[in-house]
Design a protein around this ligand. Sequence first.
Ligand SMILES: *[C@@H]1O[C@H](CO)[C@@H](O)[C@H](O)[C@H]1NC(C)=O
Ligand SMILES: *[C@@H]1O[C@H](CO)[C@@H](O)[C@H](O)[C@H]1NC(C)=O
Ligand SMILES: *[C@@H]1O[C@H](CO)[C@@H](O)[C@H](O)[C@H]1NC(C)=O
Length: 268
Amino acid sequence: MAKAAATNLSNCLAILAVFAINISGSTADPDPLQDVCVAGSRHHPPPSSKTNVYDEDPTSKTAGGYVFPGHGSTDATHMAASNATTNGTLTGVVCTDPRLLSAADFTFQGLNKAGNTHNTLGSSVTAVNAKTFPGLNTLGISFARIDFAKNGLNPPHVHPRATEVLFLLEGDLSVGFIAGDNKLFSHNLTTGDLFVFPKGLIHFQQNIGNKNAISISAFNSQNPGVQQIVEAVFASHPSLPDELLELAFGLNKEAIRSIEIDLKSLSI
Ligand SMILES: *[C@@H]1O[C@H](CO)[C@@H](O)[C@H](O)[C@H]1NC(C)=O
Ligand SMILES: *[C@@H]1O[C@H](CO)[C@@H](O)[C@H](O)[C@H]1NC(C)=O
Ligand SMILES: *[C@@H]1O[C@H](CO)[C@@H](O)[C@H](O)[C@H]1NC(C)=O
């Protein structure tokens, strides 16, 4: 009896350990080094008291573990840490002084509004990442709303830094991704379905219903990035040499020019 319980416990622990490894291994962005680092540059004047920049005292006025630049310390180590934070070398942005933060810094409004799908592709992506929602900074997640007119297409693209999980809020979408061995995984989604697009793989979504569609995506990066495949190949700047495109895609110069003209009209 006791032995069985012990075996069960060790099995549980083994499963938990594997789970924990999977979680840490699936993190797209680095772990944060402090509770919050809302992107921005609102500053209080430095306080007169001497504060250790590594102070995690819960009674201190700083948020847990937060490093506020220039807290009166002149110690060289602290100064270096301060500069790193002030200059935002971890994420490219400055952290807002946490004493100035309120719930509004962690709120984003406006995703109730449909994007404008009056364009050639008939789709519109409203991305909510650390740039548009500074409260996401250092937290490793972001969000998007995609609107599709009838037949609207979000053309083949990749997110170099994130896996995407899409929730179909309204309508019918054909979605898919192409794995590294060129196998296509595609499915017709209906309202309420989820689909996951693994990090870095080419994927697309198209409205196949007879009305508008709306989807919501979550990404495991604060800045997933997006690279449109056709644009990357045919509209890089400077552009790839014609000879390269001719050989790679079996196209002649006229075909290449015509693709370039089509792309200009898309302005995606
Ligand atoms: C940090 O900034 C201070 C003043 O701005 C400067 O004197 C110091 O050299 C900097 N330290 C590092 C490591 O960049
Ligand atoms: C950030 O670093 C630059 C040097 O790279 C320095 O001139 C500037 O003062 C720093 N900014 C702050 C706010 O410390
Ligand atoms: C999705 O639906 C279309 C018709 O709208 C059909 O032609 C296609 O085969 C379906 N795809 C899958 C993967 O079921």
